[in-house]
Structures are given as C-alpha cells and as structure tokens.
Design a protein around this ligand. Structure first.
Ligand code: AQP
Length: 332
C-alpha cells in the first residue's frame, strides 16, 4: 500500500490556503487510498522568533482542526512531530549528507531569512536546516508520496536528493518519495497581495482567510479582495492575478474549473459574492466539528497519544538502519 506523509506547521492560525492546497486532499483522498500519516510539525515552528505558549496553543488548535476537517484516526495516523524523537535523530544524520550550498538555495529560506533581517532580527540556524528536518519527517516513514501545496515542492525535491545520495553512499535505506500537488488551488494567493502566497504567519490578516473566521469576516475579506481596474472576468494568472485567485478559490470550493468559470461572470462583484459564499459553505462543517472537538479535549489528546505511539513504531526501524548504515555503533 502506498505510504503518504504530510505535515502542517503551527506558525499561525490555519488558512484557506492550507485547506485547499493540502488538508482537503488528505481528508478526501489520501487517508482512504493509502497508509497515511499527518503531523503537526511543531519543531518547524521554532525556526523563527516565537512565543512558546502560542506555539503550544497553535499546535493543539492545528491538531483539532485536522480532525475537524475530517481526518479519521481509524483510517490514518495523526500526531505531533515533537512527540516522536526519531525526527530529530534522523535529521542530524541527514545533515551529514546535505550541503551548506543546498540549504542556501532554498527559496523559502531566502524569503524568510530576508523577512527576519527586515524585522531587525537574526536568522536562526534552524531556519537554514529546516528542509533537512522536513526530509527526516518524510524519510523516517518510508513515504512514497508527499501531498503538498506548490510552495513545498522544492523541499520535497531536496528530500529526494538526500535519500538518493544516502542510499548510494551507505546502502539502500530510504524510499525516494515524490511530491503530489492539487490541480486547482495549489497556491492560494493573499487576497490583498495576489502576487504573494496566502501564508498563515503573515502579519496582516486582511488578505488571509482563516479556517476559523466567522462567515461575515470571510465575506468582508473576499469582497475587499484586490482586483484590478478592468471589468471583464478572465482567467489570466499573469495579467489578472487577483481575479485568477478568486476564480481558483471558487473552482476549488465548488469542484469546478477556473477557466470555465470565468465565462460565467459579468462583473467582479458577482464573482466575489459567489466566491465568498462558496468559502463560507466549505468552512461551515469544519467550524462546527471544531467546536464539538474543543468541548472534548480528552478525545484529541487520546488521538495524539495513540498516533505518536504508532508513528514511533513505524519510524524507529528505518532510523536505526540509517544509524548503522552511516557508521554509528549499535547501543550495547
Ligand atoms: N497559500 C497556500 N496555497 C496552497 N497550499 C498551501 N499550503 C500552505 N499555504 C498554501 C500548504 O499547506 C501545507 C501545510 O503548510 P505548512 O504549515 O507546512 O507551511 P507553509 O507551506 O510554509 O505554509 P504557510 O501557511 O505559508 O506557513 P508560514 O506562513 O509559517 O510559512 C503544505 O502542504 C503547504 O504547501
């Protein structure tokens, strides 16, 4: 059976981008057709300036939202990265096959490091090595596929390179995974800055739809989305990025196709109105289930406890094999 691994970083409240680009496929497709693991990758949230209490709160919220979105612990494994030591154990070994140059070429590193410097902060070493930890997350479970949004494909490519290099130098140890991205909404853009991704750790929330936004807040954000001075609704990602983003969001929410939808609308206003309602509808059941789960924190804790135990048992043999292969003595 295909093994699937993916994760979500508790660096902010989860967004419509996280949902349409990744979570929805995990729920609708991956957990049914594969042996799937989904992880709140909390160690990754420590790579930038953070408030410890907030990271703990966001980790709990992310796990609850994964279940609210429909991940079923009977079908897949849901857990928190820091509860399974194998991630950090393997990460160090992979740092011994990765190079400094490879890390510095990562687009996300360049962008986030520049942001940190702009804020007057210093860049944490873990921000540079973050893709190696992500490779460890994936390789520890011998995952065949990694369902992600567009922004993460470069990191999965690096994971493939590290797996191949390790296997070649030290003997076959890792499965070489591949990224899978959705056909529509692989990159949901910020409603106020359609040239930038809708990212959960951005400072301003007005261009970002959060999964727990009230319906009226969603409507307001979508209705105020930046478009352009034109009138015609056409799907043109380069020339009309704001409109293209709305068409993609609408298509992703309604199961349509952004190009086909563009012929349906005569004004930006009606496109925005339908997009807002489609988003409100898609978020409604997730929000209702989230409310129920918040009233039952023991259930969520139980899922995470069982998930960590299962994940540990899956990861340990591979990580032990990697330790022996690279030259570390077996414990006595
Ligand atoms: N805007 C997006 N469009 C499509 N997919 C997206 N994903 C994130 N944003 C979008 C996908 O969601 C999954 C989980 O992402 P993550 O939490 O691991 O981190 P990220 O990719 O760095 O997402 P964010 O929200 O932008 O976080 P910050 O702001 O902290 O960097 C991934 O599969 C991702 O592709």
């Amino acid at each position: 059976m295909t093994r699937v691994f993916s994760g979500i970083k508790p660096t902010g409240h989860l967004t419509l981008g996280n949902y349409l680009g990744a979570m929805r496929r995990w729920v609708d497709v991956d957990q049914h057709r594969s042996d799937a693991l989904f992880c709140v990758v909390d160690l990754h949230a420590l790579t930038v300036d953070h408030d410890p209490a907030r990271v703990r709160r966001l980790s709990r919220q992310a796990a609850t939202l994964l279940l609210a979105a429909g991940l079923d612990p009977q079908l897949c494994t849901v857990f928190v990265q820091s509860h399974v030591d194998e991630h950090a154990r393997l990460s160090y070994v992979l740092e011994c096959v990765a190079t400094d140059g490879e890390m510095r070429r990562m687009i996300q590193y360049k962008e986030k490091a520049a942001q940190e410097r702009e804020r007057g902060g210093s860049v944490r070493l873990s921000l540079l090595t973050y893709p190696v930890l992500m490779a460890a997350d994936i390789l520890a479970y011998s995952a065949d596929e990694v369902p992600v949004g567009d922004d993460q494909t470069q990191h999965v490519e690096l994971t493939r390179d590290l797996a191949l290099r390790f296997n070649q130098r030290y003997g076959h140890t890792f499965v070489v995974p591949k990224a899978t991205t959705p056909q529509v909404a692989a990159r949901v853009m910020n409603l106020q800055e359609p040239a930038s991704k809708m990212g959960k750790s951005e400072d301003s929330g007005s261009g970002i739809v959060y999964l727990l936004d009230e319906p009226d807040v969603v409507r307001k954000k979508v209705m105020r989305a930046v478009t352009d001075s034109g009138q015609e609704v056409v799907y043109d990602r380069e020339g009309r990025p704001g409109i293209a983003n709305l068409l993609e969001i609408l298509a992703a929410c309604t199961g349509g196709n952004p190009e086909a939808l563009s012929g349906v609308y005569e004004s930006y206003g009606s496109l925005k109105k339908d997009t807002a309602e489609a988003v409100v509808e898609i978020l409604k059941p997730v929000q209702a289930r989230h409310k129920e789960l918040c009233a039952d924190p023991g259930y969520v804790e139980g899922v995470l406890r069982d998930g960590a135990e299962k994940a540990r048992a899956m990861a340990r043999p591979t990580v032990d094999t990697a330790y022996r292969a690279i030259g570390l003595l077996e414990p006595v």
